[in-house]
Design a protein around this ligand. Structure first.
Ligand SMILES: Cc1cc2nc3c(=O)[nH]c(=O)nc-3n(C[C@H](O)[C@H](O)[C@H](O)COP(=O)(O)OP(=O)(O)OC[C@H]3O[C@@H](n4cnc5c(N)ncnc54)[C@H](O)[C@@H]3O)c2cc1C
Ligand code: SF4
Ligand code: SF4
Length: 1021
């Protein structure tokens, strides 16, 4: 049976290939495929990491446009003897998606649903499709693919198959392997093989099947002896399809499906071309019982009994996670709904079925069971869908909350998915907790109690002694897994991190059998070498993203004096208490900027397309370069000198930053708080320092300075939009696109309106505040003052009519407006921005000192006071002003709710659509607009689920960005508007309103104007 082994490629997949080979590969890929071929250092660097601790530079990257491209690439790579690494979303946690190979990124183009057979409940897909996107397409059929991984919004079906992924509801639906019906794949010899039921296999698949079957037969005893008998086992190859050891049979009738050989093979056996999947009926109803436990041990012990009730999920949230959720204002109200007293842990027990009424007895059974276990009254019953959904969101946010820890010690994933039989879960978790304590760390536990796979990550500093501690903990954890007859790799795969444990788990004979499978399917070792077979040591520091000092190229950052204050990130932490040292003490050579960048752990959450803003440029390009993660990786590589000298201000970083619209979506949506908008400001300042400012930079940045003079020349300046030649000229000279109009200058600016001087004096406003009466200072920004006078006047009138004493902030004797510095920040002119903000803060300080709210209209301007102003070193006055700075709608919503202001408004019967400005979303200021809109009698405002409108200040005016800007608007905003042609459109951002006018030929109004239009006439203030 032994086959002759052809000469294999480099076994470990971590050694770089020769330069001339790489050049030849690039040249041939360009000539022979239609795909995007990327061999530049930036692109390679962006594909050198996944959500693990590892980093290995790929040879190059191909983003294929068709399956023919993939096939051709495999042929070329084989001929040139370069390894191939198929890739999905790159969210793997064990390093299986990194290697010195040609990376083939399937996510951009190979993401079609090829066939849905609703009757037989099957679907055939290309490997690059994301789970959530597939399920969205299946929903109209009442079906879904139920392997519901936490990364459903990023994980591709190809990657899920590669990892044999498992979802929260695996107890009900099984793992990936239980749900795959067929796979068509390319082998390394270029042949295409269809893997499916053994009984119907074609010649090639049958030959492979028979080979593996013989291996299984000859290793029957070893399989019985060494194979973990748990549902969650994802290590090695699925040799047991011929002698099942899994708690759940791989197929309904116990037959063999050869596609299952590829599941969990981590791209090491073949490159998947298509997958055929079994679908499930979408559960029509769900109920949730939340069991509160007095001790963690009791929760772990109860899991084995609870699963007997037939739940679809049993998920753990421990005390630390509960505390973290309670301390987060966004999660507190939700977690409180689940708690009875102060439990040490809770289990979320879900039951699903046809109708809610039929499920309610299940909750009663759960309560009765807990009573029998001595925990009477410990169950919170949740039948309400919204409450359940919110609680699941908190549970899913668990890892993210943990990962936001600042400092070099991070929760590290390497034993986080060991699976043990449920009867041993309590002992196992107790024992592992002791292991952590012995090694000076601590674990926070959460996730899949139903299947004995609890996630836990000890905090380790991989730049220092993390590797040694990791190995020591891994060895002790492994001994426990063996003692309790569990699986060392129960969810996240083997990769670089757990490959070396395969032999430990299965013994040398089965390890040799795995090698034989690899050699049968991929004799030259083309696919993803060094994974599953011939893995490196898990603690080989040279493969770490943050390589420790003893490695050949230790991770070091360059010296950089930041222009913004990043000291909050420049800290270290205590792995047990998680307390951080004082800001500025972390030893960062860039003052904390690099450590802020390094917060990106590559989990890929920014590759999302659902609710929220992050990341608009990725949503339209689907390109790793134009993604928060790609940008953070590019910055990290540049700041650590891995892209060559001066790379930080070089072309590679510029390219990655080009399409970042500074929307701050990531500031809110990124689990670890990567704030790329602020990072772009920092980078741009350095970049412009080196390369100088363009005419366009100055034209836009200085707009607040020249606006008063320009207003006088309104008629002349507005000719630009009436004479096409002038628009073209502005494009040629300034780079401002001729394809869209500019804001119209006007002579009747806010500052020229008599009403602007009719606000209360400073003294009167302070006096009102001192007397406990509603009082505010109105900050009128350049845009509303110069171009949309009506908005500022409307805000003033509405506030006054509601009963507020309003002082309009101006420059005193000189009149005119203060500037928040935003346009300067956007142009990289940080010193100029600081000067403007300093003056603004100075002017507002007396009000802030007296506790008078600072109210503004334009989200990006007002919120600068709550954000960038705090990073510019303006000290305590800036902090006080920030604490008082409120958007018009935030102030109005707060004060009307408290009964201090009251508005009488006429009703509307038209629908109202609200588009939130990105910065409103980033600061949670969209709901207040909805609240204010609900003050209108009869109004039923609807929020448009939109990301960025594409304008982002001046971004959409740039001729280079026009198409991308329009594509962003067309993602959801403009189609939503077109669906409701009669709706009133509310948008508080100046540039959003321009985009709506340009893209949908509709007028959008600031909420202040809508309210003003509904004030009953006759008693104007
Ligand atoms: C925060 C977080 C939460 C997670 N939660 C879960 C969870 O609940 N359950 C779970 O199981 N996992 C989880 N994971 C791990 C990971 O998200 C999943 O394994 C996911 O399915 C990987 O999908 P991907 O598209 O990112 O694959 P990738 O990481 O890109 O690839 C995974 C493997 O598949 C191979 N592969 C990809 N495409 C192909 C192809 N066309 N042909 C052959 N091989 C291919 C790759 O080579 C690689 O070995 C989590 C990860 C993170 C960061
Ligand atoms: S930027 Fe944030 S969301 Fe994106 S991969 Fe990094 S940590 Fe995750
Ligand atoms: S600021 Fe916006 S565009 Fe830039 S990376 Fe973050 S989400 Fe993406």
């Amino acid at each position: 049976m032994k086959m002759e082994t052809p000469q294999r490629l480099q076994p470990r997949g971590t050694e770089p290939v020769a330069n001339e080979v790489s050049l030849a590969l690039e040249k041939r890929l360009r000539a022979e495929t239609q795909g995007e071929v990327r061999f530049d250092a930036g692109s390679r660097g962006r594909y050198a990491t996944d959500a693990s601790i590892y980093q290995v530079m790929p040879v190059g990257v191909l983003v294929p446009k068709s399956e023919a491209d993939v096939r051709t690439a495999i042929d070329i790579a084989r001929e040139l003897r370069v390894p191939v690494l198929p890739r999905g979303g790159g969210t793997s946690q064990c390093g299986q998606t990194v290697g010195a190979a040609l990376v083939i990124d399937h996510t951009k183009y190979l993401r079609r649903v090829l066939d849905v057979d609703a009757t037989n409940r099957t679907v055939t897909v290309e490997p690059g499709i994301v789970l959530d996107h597939l399920n969205a397409q299946l929903k109209p059929h009442g079906l879904w693919f139920p392997v519901d991984v936490s990364t459903a919004a990023q994980a591709t079906l190809g990657g899920m198959a590669g990892n044999n992924s498992c979802g929260s509801r695996s107890i009900a639906y099984g793992n990936m392997v239980h749900n795959v019906l067929g796979a068509s794949a390319w082998l390394s010899d270029g042949s295409q093989v269809d893997f499916g039921p053994m009984a119907q296999a074609g010649a090639s698949a049958r030959a492979i099947g028979e080979y593996v079957r013989d291996l299984a037969l000859s290793h029957r005893e070893e399989i019985e002896q060494h194979w973990p008998k748990v549902l969650r086992r994802v290590a090695g190859y699925n040799l047991d399809i011929f002698h099942n050891q899994n708690e759940r049979p791989y197929t309904g009738d116990g037959s063999v499906n050869l596609a299952h050989l590829l599941i969990g093979s981590e791209g090491t056996l073949a490159c998947t071309r298509t997958l055929t999947l079994a679908l499930a009926e979408l559960p029509r109803a769900k109920v949730l019982g939340v069991v509160n436990f007095p001790t963690f041990h009791a929760a772990m012990d109860a899991a084995q009994h609870i699963v007997k009730l037939g739940p679809t999920a049993v998920e753990l949230v421990d005390r630390t996670m509960i505390e973290l959720s309670l301390s987060n204002p966004a999660f507190r109200p939700t977690i409180e709904t689940a708690l009875i007293g102060k439990p040490a842990a809770i289990l979320l027990v879900e039951f699903a079925g046809g109708d809610k009424a039929g499920l309610l007895p299940k909750l009663a059974d759960l309560a009765a069971l807990m009573g029998d276990l001595g925990l009477k009254g410990s169950v919170v019953e949740m039948a309400d869908d919204a409450m359940q959904k919110n609680l699941w969101e908190v549970r899913k946010a668990g890892l993210n909350i943990m990962m936001s820890l600042k400092g070099d010690g991070k929760p590290v994933s390497f034993i986080e998915d060991c699976a043990v039989p449920l009867e041993h879960l309590a002992e196992y978790t107790d024992a592992l907790t002791e292991v952590f304590a012995r090694h000076g760390s601590r674990g926070t536990w959460y996730a899949h109690a139903s299947v004995g796979t609890l996630h836990v990550r000890p905090i380790l500093d991989m730049r220092r002694d993390g590797a040694q501690r990791m190995r020591a903990i891994a060895e002790e954890a492994a001994a426990l897994v063996r003692r309790y007859k569990g699986a060392y790799s129960g969810e996240h795969g083997d990769g670089l991190c757990r490959g070396e444990w395969i032999e430990w788990q299965f013994g040398p004979a089965l390890n040799d059998a795995f090698r034989a499978i690899k050699e049968r399917l991929d004799p030259i070792g083309l696919f993803n070498p060094g994974k599953i077979i011939d893995p490196p040591r898990m603690d080989d520091g040279s493969l770490f993203r943050f390589a420790p000092p003893q490695s050949p190229q230790p991770y070091r950052t360059i010296e950089l004096k930041p222009v913004l204050d990043w000291s909050a990130w420049d800290v270290q932490n205590d792995p047990v208490t998680e307390e951080t040292t004082a800001p500025g003490t972390g030893g960062d050579t860039t003052g904390g900027f690099a450590k802020a960048v390094e917060m990106c752990n590559n989990n890929g959450h920014c590759r999302k397309f659902d609710a929220g803003t992050m990341c608009p440029s990725y949503r339209v390009t689907r390109d790793e370069t134009h993604l928060t993660r790609g940008r953070a990786n590019t910055l990290r590589l540049a700041l650590s000198g891995q892209l060559g000298p001066d790379a930080f201000t070089g072309e590679t970083v510029r390219e990655a930053m080009e399409l970042c619209v500074g929307c701050k979506g990531c500031k809110r949506d990124c689990p670890t708080g990567v704030d790329m908008s602020r990072m772009k400001t920092e980078w741009l300042a350095h970049y412009k320092r080196r390369h100088g400012h363009t005419l366009k930079d100055k034209f836009i940045a200085r707009l607040p300075d020249y606006a008063p003079q320009a207003a006088r020349w309104a008629a002349v300046l507005n000719l630009r939009d009436r004479v096409p030649a002038l628009a073209r000229l502005s494009q040629r000279v300034l780079g401002i696109t001729a394809k869209r109009p500019l804001p119209q200058w006007r002579t009747d600016t806010f500052w020229r309106a008599p009403e602007s001087r009719r606000g209360a004096t400073m003294e009167a406003t302070l006096a009102a505040a001192r007397a406990g009466q509603p009082a505010a200072v109105l900050f009128v920004d350049t845009f509303n003052a110069s171009f949309e006078t009506e908005n500022a006047l409307a805000a003033l009138r509405v506030l006054q009519r509601a009963g507020c004493t309003v002082h309009v902030l101006d420059k005193g004797d000189r009149g005119g407006h203060h500037c928040c510095g935003r346009t300067f920040l956007a142009g990289g002119m940080v010193d100029e921005a600081r000067a403007r903000l300093s003056a603004l803060v100075g002017a507002l300080a007396p009000f802030a000192d007296a506790g008078v709210p600072v109210v503004g209209l334009e989200p990006s301007c007002l919120l600068t006071l709550r954000d960038e102003a705090l990073a510019l070193g303006l000290g305590e006055p800036a902090r006080k002003v920030a604490a008082q700075a409120l958007l018009f709608e935030e102030y109005l919503a707060r004060e009307t709710k408290a009964g201090r202001l009251a508005l009488s408004l006429k009703g509307v019967d038209q629908p109202i659509l609200l588009h939130g400005h990105c910065h409103q979303k980033a600061f949670g200021a969209v709901e207040p607009v909805m609240q204010v809109l609900r003050l209108i009698p009869g109004a039923k405002p609807q929020l448009i689920e939109s990301s960025c409108c594409g304008m982002a200040g001046s971004f959409g005016y740039d001729e280079k960005h026009y198409e991308v800007s329009m594509a962003m608007a067309e993602q959801s905003l403009l189609p939503a508007l077109r669906q409701q042609p009669d709706a009133i459109v509310v948008a508080d951002g100046t540039s959003c309103r321009h985009q709506v006018a340009h893209g949908a030929q509709r007028e959008a109004v600031h909420v202040a104007r809508l309210l003003e239009s509904l004030l009953p006439s006759g008693n104007a203030a």
